[in-house]
Design a protein around this ligand. Structure first.
Ligand code: PRP
Ligand code: URA
Length: 209
């Protein structure tokens, strides 16, 4: 079973409270999503492998540690996941970016795929899937299934807010995937929105409502 890492850093929790506030406007919401993605990226990459190398400083030779594992790819689930990409690549600038377009059918809440474009070498990369919201888990589970079809072996999922239902579905469908979230909320409402949540992440990032 994949682990669920609830990231409780005070800076993250403070910023999350601003996202939840219904009076936070588009500009600030977008900036804070990006900042949260950066802070979460720092925590979600904590176990990346490193190797020791010797570096000549102006003074002496220092034993240093550099990343030694596979290269990374970040895969946002469109639309809302796009809001997390800048924050991710500010920490891992050489990561390649894949895109998966999914929207939830408003009646069935099932994910509908409308776009998919991955880097050519995605199979050789470790993948971090990003999306602010993990509600029923249908979108994240479908996205991870698509990515596995490309041959990717190590996949992490990063969401800002999760519902228990979404965590359970991803754990059931993809027990090999570790999940990183800033909060696990109470439940879903009858429209499969997270309570208390923050509303519709895509609409709040892009100002479409
Ligand atoms: C939202 C969110 C996730 C999905 C989560 O996207 O960004 O992708 O819903 O719900 P689920 O866990 O029940 O699948 P939405 O479908 O609203 O599309 P958008 O990003 O284009 O707004
Ligand atoms: N998608 C959102 O943007 N918010 C929710 O609460 C659930 C799905």
């Amino acid at each position: 079973m994949g682990s669920v890492h609830v990231l409780d850093h005070p800076l993250l929790q403070h910023k999350l409270s601003i996202l939840r506030n219904k009076d936070t406007g588009v500009k600030e919401f977008r900036e804070i999503v990006s900042e949260i993605a950066m802070l979460m990226c720092y925590e979600a990459t904590r176990d990346l492998p490193t190797e020791e190398v010797e570096i000549e400083t102006p003074m002496a030779v220092a034993k240093c540690h550099v990343l030694s594992g596979k290269k990374l790819a970040v895969v946002p689930i469109l639309r809302a996941g796009l809001g997390m990409v800048d924050g991710m690549i500010s920490l891992i600038p050489s990561a390649k970016i894949g895109h998966i377009g999914l929207f939830r059918d408003p009646d069935t809440h099932e994910p509908v795929k409308y776009y998919c474009k991955m880097p050519n070498d995605i199979a050789e990369r470790d993948v971090i899937v990003v999306d602010p919201m993990l509600a029923t888990g249908g979108s994240a589970s479908a996205a991870i299934t698509f990515i596995k079809e490309y041959g990717c072996k190590t996949i992490r999922l990063m969401d800002i807010i999760a519902a228990p239902e979404g965590v359970a579905l991803v754990q059931k469908d993809h027990p090999d995937v570790d999940i990183y979230v800033a909060a696990v909320d109470d439940c879903l409402n009858e429209h499969a929105y997270i309570l208390p949540g923050l509303g519709d992440a895509g609409d709040r990032i892009f100002g479409t409502k």
